[in-house]
Write a protein that binds this ligand. Structure first.
Ligand code: ADP
Ligand code: MG
Length: 248
């Protein structure tokens, strides 16, 4: 039984079968010259990413703003480039993506903390009763000049409570805790239907201005050690306990 699923496309398609989850997945298509252009004109800001990839490697933010003299722009790493027309931009993107399958996804305007974008990693594991349990969440704040929040791309780990402190009152806090928990187990159960070997997942979730959660991707080999940085040591302890039990 497959324990790990690497293709983002396959995982996204599995989640799309669930009505509730579908409402939380930004539109995602396979990248071609035509699909990137139509997604760009529809959403003005999209992310393109390798179907198989990690650590934010190869992920690019692509934008279109018809008011600019160079209306097409994309950023990879810390470098942004702009172009007078789509063809010249695509030619440049293609040089970097040619050998790999890419996906195009509607871009979510991530919330910011001190002018830096952040998103959330939610950990979901089979617990000691073999039931799905959401065991932790942590914020990841992007490096100021980067378009990805990954820890391995210079992102900074922070507790969500701190990141959302000015936006939610105590009641709101209870609400998003419940929402994260439910989203976590729903995603796990849906993927598990198709891939019953999966024992744990890490979900990358974006929050928009309305604090609506958007599922950016699901990892089947999530890094547990990022949770070591939380002040509440019980979270990391539980994550490792479940992890060890699942390895047996
Ligand atoms: N649709 C999107 N909208 C906004 N930001 C995104 C989007 N997709 C990816 N990102 C940013 O890029 C990061 C890396 O993308 P992700 O899909 O998680 O690939 P990887 O497998 O490399 O981690 C995300 O954590 C997020 O910060
Ligand atoms: Mg990721």
């Amino acid at each position: 039984m497959k324990r790990f699923v690497v293709s983002k496309w396959k995982k996204t398609n599995e989640l799309m079968k669930n009505d509730e989850l579908r409402a939380h997945i930004p539109k995602t298509v396979r990248m071609t010259k035509d699909s990137l252009l139509s997604m760009l004109h529809e959403y003005r800001m999209v992310y393109i990413k390798p179907d198989i990839g990690t650590f934010g490697n190869g992920v690019m933010r692509v934008e279109w703003d018809s008011a600019l003299s160079n209306p097409y722009q994309y950023q990879l790493g810390e470098k942004a480039r702009s172009f007078v027309n789509y063809d010249s931009m695509y030619e440049d993107i293609e040089r970097k993506t040619r050998k790999t399958k890419y996906l195009v996804q509607k871009g979510i305007h991530l919330l910011k903390y001190q002018k830096r974008r952040f998103d959330i990693r939610i950990m979901v594991q089979k617990n000691l009763q073999k039931e799905w349990e959401t065991t932790g969440w942590i914020g990841r704040v992007a490096h100021p000049r980067k378009i990805v929040t990954n820890y391995h791309s210079g992102g900074k780990l922070m507790p969500i409570e701190e990141l959302l402190k000015d936006r939610t009152k105590e009641t709101g806090k209870k609400h998003y805790h419940k929402q994260f928990k439910q989203l976590g187990t729903n995603v796990a159960k849906q993927l598990h239907k198709r891939y019953p070997g999966i024992k744990e997942i890490g979900i990358d979730v974006a929050l928009d201005e309305a604090i609506v959660p958007w599922i950016l991707e699901v990892n089947t080999k999530p890094d547990p050690y990022i949770f070591r940085s939380l002040a509440n040591k019980a979270i990391f302890g539980k994550i490792m306990r479940y992890k060890r039990a699942n390895q047996k």
